[in-house]
Design a protein around this ligand. Structure first.
Ligand code: AMP
Length: 116
């Protein structure tokens, strides 16, 4: 049901993005439509369509996503002021790309968590 997305092409360097970080487990790049002064996506190099598809074998990858988020936040100079990490799952969250990804948002006050 779920097919690989444009994010697979980004991981494989088949389309160009503003790449921030890549290792054997994860890739990070700047969001094409930034919602904050700093908006970076951190994605697993493995195709996992939604958080509902996460299994225990993915725990190392998911841990790396967090440690890389913290490293990028430090490198971007926003560790001290703070930032927000968001992962959307399915329709009610507004997930658009069905390859799990973590939004790293910061560089400005971010306001309330939700504005429904
Ligand atoms: P989500 O709504 O959580 O699925 O977020 C998907 C994010 O991917 C959105 O913020 C998009 O702006 C971003 N996005 C989609 N295509 C690209 C791309 N080619 N390069 C960078 N960001 C992208």
């Amino acid at each position: 049901m779920f097919k690989e997305t444009i994010f697979s092409k980004i991981i494989n360097r088949e389309i160009s993005v503003d790449l921030v970080y890549q290792d054997e487990l994860v890739t990070a790049f700047r969001d094409i439509e930034p919602k904050a002064a700093i908006h970076i996506l951190i994605i697993p190099n493995t195709f996992i369509p939604t958080i509902n598809h996460v299994k225990s074998i993915h725990e190392k990858i998911l841990g790396r996503m967090i440690t890389v988020a913290a490293k990028i936040a430090y490198d971007e100079g926003i560790s001290k002021d703070g930032y927000r990490l968001i992962m959307n799952c399915n329709r009610h969250s507004g997930q658009e790309v069905y390859h799990i990804h973590m939004h790293l948002l910061g560089g400005q006050p971010l306001g309330p968590l939700l504005s429904i």
